[in-house]
Every structure is written in structure tokens, then in C-alpha cells.
Design a protein around this ligand. Sequence first.
Ligand code: DP6
Length: 332
Amino acid sequence: MSNYTATAVACANIAFIKYWGDRDSSLRLPANGSISMNLEGLTARTRVMFNELYTQDTLKLNGELARGPALSRVIQFLDLVRALAGKNLHAAVESQNNFPTQAGIASSAAAFAALSLAASHAIGLNLSEQELSRLARRGSGSACRSIPTGFVEWQPGSSDQDSFAQSIAPADYWDLVDCIAITQTSPKKTGSSEGHSLAASSPLQSARLIDASHRLDICRKAILERDFEALGSICELDSNLMHAVMMTSSPALFYLEPTSLEIMKAVPTWRQSGLPVFYTVDAGPNVHLLTQEDAASQVIEKLNQFPSITSVFRAKTGGAARLTANQLNDEH
Ligand code: DP6
């Protein structure tokens, strides 16, 4: 039985060009392509044990047995893995994040990337990176981007076969740092999956989509040329476009909080005074400030001056999802 167990670690990622809205929500085919950077040290570690004696799937999240929607989502995902392997085995899944879940750092991305690798390996499948990325996508769209290393692009594709992510550049290509200002650690009210389903109700979504491939080209080029200024301006535009769609969908979604806006307004003034920094915000209130290694401590110092910021995480560019020893502990 021992070879039915595997453990994997995967990083969260921050989207530079955002995925918002699906063209097929059951297959999680996105309305547009997206680009992200893996976040080193912000990881999910997931162990999967398949056993002939188990009569149902179980899920432990950060040490606590999960039920309800979180468990159903994992069961649905394991059904895909079982179908791929042609084996009808149940599993015990244990997953630990080392950052707050559902607070605007893509916890589902890290979790489903790690689950894809651990579950497929445990059940005896030997999937290629592309196949793993496609599988992870079915659990959570952005999870497909946490499979390859470094800077990653998700090709939207038009079917299950051709919608997957690939690395644009390795983790050590550019010394970018993400300084994440945590303003709230409680779970958000509207999860991304529900948010995606509302995107099409915004009259602005079609305008956002029409120009997406142009923004992807600019972003990809900026990464390849290590052009910080170009990357910053396209990322801020793309983040603002997504939040404009969110705020104009019905019902309207407001993920930004007053502190998020305060930071977003301060960033251009910091830039004017010579600090290389730009912002981007996912589906939560926490603001991600991207900077270069040698300016990171200055950015963090500035963030620490906001009384409503409870902590600041600092992450360099992270690597690919990987298999690891079968132990769960707090050291990721
Ligand atoms: C705003 O991948 O979390 O972070 O597929 O429903 O799990 P599900 O959605 P998810 O959506 C991510 C939305 C985003 C932008 C991004 O990461 O591209």
C-alpha cells in the first residue's frame, strides 16, 4: 500500500494579467489568457493517501477536518483523478498552507496545484507538466499557473486539451519581490468561482476581453526584457480593469477596502520619488506591491506606516510544484 501515498508542495501565484470570467465554468476554460509569477515561500503542502479500505474521501485543512463545499470540491477533483487512472480508490487528503486562506493570496492555486501533483502521483499516474497543469486547472483555474516554474502564462485554449500554463521565464530570471500588505485575514464573502460567474454581467467585461491579448503581449515582453516600468504600467491597468468589471457586475462586487485604495493612491507618489514599485490586487483587499530586490525593504517600511496593515509578506519568484517527503509540518 505504501506507494499509494504522495506529498507535494506548490507556491501561490500573483497574476500580472488577470483571469476573470470563464467561457466554460465546468471545464474552467478562462475568458482570457493570464500571466503570473509564482510566490516563493507562500506554499501549500498536500499529502494524499489512497487506500482500498477507505469508504469515502476525507480532507484535513490546516489540521481540521473539512466538510461542506471545501470537501465537495476536493471530492469532485479526486473523481477526475480516479477517472484518469481507472482506479476506484478513496483518499485521505491533508493540506497545510503557511499563509491565510481565502484572503486575496491565491490559496486555492497553491492547494490545487499541490493536490494535482500529489494525487496523480499517489494513484500511479505519471503526468507531464502540461497534463498536470490541465488537471490543476479543473480544481481552480489559477492553480494551472502554479505547476510550472517562475513567470508563467496560461494559454486560454478552446478545449480541455489546449488550456494549460507554461513557463515564460525561470524563477531566477529577474529579481522581483512581491510585498503583500495584509489588511484582512478573514475569508472573503464572495469566492472567486462565484465572482467569475458574475463577470459577464458587467458591461465592461467585453471591453476588458477585447484588449486582453494586447496586454498579454506587453506583459510577456516586459518580463522577457526585464522592463520594470512597462511591466508596472500594464499590471496596474489590468488590475484596475478587473476591479472595474467587479464593481460593475450585478450584483456589484467590492473587494477593495479603504486601506487598499489608500495604498494604490500612494504608490505613484512613491514612484515619483524614485522607488521602483507597482501595485496589483486580486479578489481580496490585500495589495501586492511588486518591486526589485534592492528596494524591497524600503517598500515594506512604507507599508508598515499604515496602521491598518497587520502584516507584510515578502516573496521572491517561486519555482515549480514538486514532490516532497511524506511528512506534513509547518516548515514548507
Ligand atoms: C482574481 O483561480 O481563484 O486571482 O477557478 O474559481 O478557483 P477558481 O478561481 P481562481 O481565480 C483567480 C482570480 C484572480 C485573478 C488571477 O489569479 O488570475
